[in-house]
Write a protein that binds this ligand. Structure first.
Ligand code: ZN
Length: 476
């Protein structure tokens, strides 16, 4: 059953976009583990031109300097040469921060203070997103599929224009949404009559069935029903399946192999993500008699949104990816334990060395945080004690020694981490990751070392140094 479905791996390029040679190795692993396609979410890494030049790699507001037009062609060619199906994802309604943050497009925001969502009512809105789709499809003349995003529209029907248009209509926001989706789909059909259009399903979940039927969405798009939950909490109600089976001849599922367990996670748990795919396998099996599943997309989020920090990087998620693909391709009688990989052989683990260093760092960082926030520092060298120089050197010497040990170990990993990340992605993502995850913990430990060393040779304090009388006056 699952063996006949497409198994498409999502490459979320809005964070830590891979260098070409690293990407090639990842694609080879995807192919060798039973992947059949790749969903490419370029975001700001596509070389848009003309009026759109600022939003993509030519403008380089992303800062990683990728991808050039010839690199895009190389990526498509490499994917196809390895028997994989390339599908582009171009956001057409929301998650458009990379477009709407630019002043020239600010007037098309639904809510001025958030560049996430497009106002569907402005005359320039549809031409903007159709121009993006057109440029992306021009780069892929033989595209069989395109994904138009259209998920998580946090701000819908709130601007004065939209409010006027939906005034008095209780289903107004649904109509606003579906009119825009229909217009985008009709446009794509007009330039590529045979292309299959995919979209995320979450915005459809709250729309009444009769409205969805009126739009005849099933003849225009195939929904990608996403749920990244582990099996313990995975739940898609029977009513959604009932509605979708009436509306859509074919649907897609979307699970996750990384980027769905916390916006600032640095390690990808194989168990967590295999669980998401197990839940989907069971759900697909359960609904196979009424619903045709065209495929499953294994999403691999790099950021929760354009402004969120980087979450799990590809190298640490490779064991999860390989395990998830193996789950989807294994015969039913093969025990699941045999396809759960925490590590991989070097030949099937691009970025292995960096991933191994990153694991060591994650453990060390956890220990350092426990030390910084733990009982010893909190009880004998806390901010009040430091401020008042009220310390016992016997304790402080030991705290300084432990802190120096963390500093030494962190410093030993720092250069390997910096080198490792720079081999897989560009300058902006490398710097961002180091300054987000490595530098802050080093600064905290270093500050503690300095403070403790400054008090290590002092005699046991007699009384707190600050004037308590003043403090009492201030707070009363
Ligand atoms: Zn609007």
């Amino acid at each position: 059953m699952a063996g006949n479905m497409q198994r498409v791996v999502h490459l979320d390029l809005k964070g830590a976009p891979p260098k070409i040679d690293f990407l090639e190795k990842v694609l080879l692993v995807i192919k060798s583990c039973g992947g059949t396609g790749v969903l490419i979410e370029w975001e700001d890494t596509f070389p848009y031109t003309g009026e759109l030049a600022d939003i993509g790699s030519h403008g380089n507001s992303g800062g990683d300097g990728v991808y050039k037009p010839e690199e895009v062609q190389h990526i498509f060619n490499f994917i196809k040469a390895n028997g994989l199906l390339p599908i582009q994802l171009i956001q057409t309604f929301s998650h458009l921060e990379f477009v709407l943050k630019h002043p020239k497009f600010a007037k098309l925001r639904e809510l001025h203070e958030s560049p996430a969502c497009l106002c569907p009512c402005k005359p320039d809105s549809l031409p903007l997103v159709t121009a993006m789709v057109e440029q992306a499809l021009n780069a892929q003349p033989d595209a069989e599929y395109v994904h138009i995003g259209a998920d998580e529209i946090w701000h819908l029907g709130v601007c004065p224009d939209c409010q006027t248009r939906i005034a008095g209509d209780v289903d107004g926001t649904a109509v606003l949404y579906l009119d825009h989706i229909q217009a985008v789909a009709n446009y794509i059909r007009s330039i590529r009559p045979n292309i299959t259009i995919l979209m995320w399903d979450d915005m459809l979940r709250g729309i009444k069935t009769d409205i969805l039927l009126r739009y005849d969405l099933g003849s225009k798009v195939q929904p990608v029903i996403w749920d990244y939950s582990p099996k313990e909490v995975f739940h898609i109600g029977a009513s959604r399946w009932n509605v979708y089976s009436q509306l859509f001849p074919r649907v897609w599922a979307a699970s996750a192999f990384k980027g769905a367990s916390g916006a600032n996670q640095i390690l990808a748990s194989t168990y967590r993500y295999v669980s998401s795919n197990e839940a989907w396998l069971s759900e697909i099996k359960h609904n196979a008699s009424s619903t045709v599943f065209a495929g499953i997309i294994l999403t691999g989020w790099s950021r929760y949104d354009h402004y969120a920090t980087l979450c799990e990087l590809l190298p640490v998620a490779m064991p999860s990816l390989v395990s998830c693909l193996s789950l989807l391709t294994k015969p039913e009688d093969v025990p699941i334990e045999t396809i759960m990989y925490e590590t991989l052989p070097p030949s099937s683990w691009p970025g292995m060395q960096f991933a191994t260093t990153l694991h060591k760092f994650a453990v060390l960082k956890e220990h350092a945080n426990q030390f910084l926030n733990g009982e010893v520092v909190g009880s004998w060298f806390n901010p009040w004690q430091i401020e008042n120089s009220y310390t016992n050197p016997y304790k402080v010497v030991r705290i300084a020694s432990a802190a120096r040990q963390f500093m030494t170990e962190l410093a030993a990993l720092q250069s390997d981490l910096a080198l490792g990340i720079s081999t897989i992605t560009g300058q902006r993502s490398s710097e961002e990751w180091m300054k987000t995850y490595v530098c802050p913990i080093m600064t905290r430990i270093s500050d503690l070392v300095k403070a403790a060393e400054a008090r290590s040779n002092s005699e046991p304090s007699v009384s707190p140094s600050n004037n308590l009388y003043l403090w009492n006056n201030n707070v009363q």
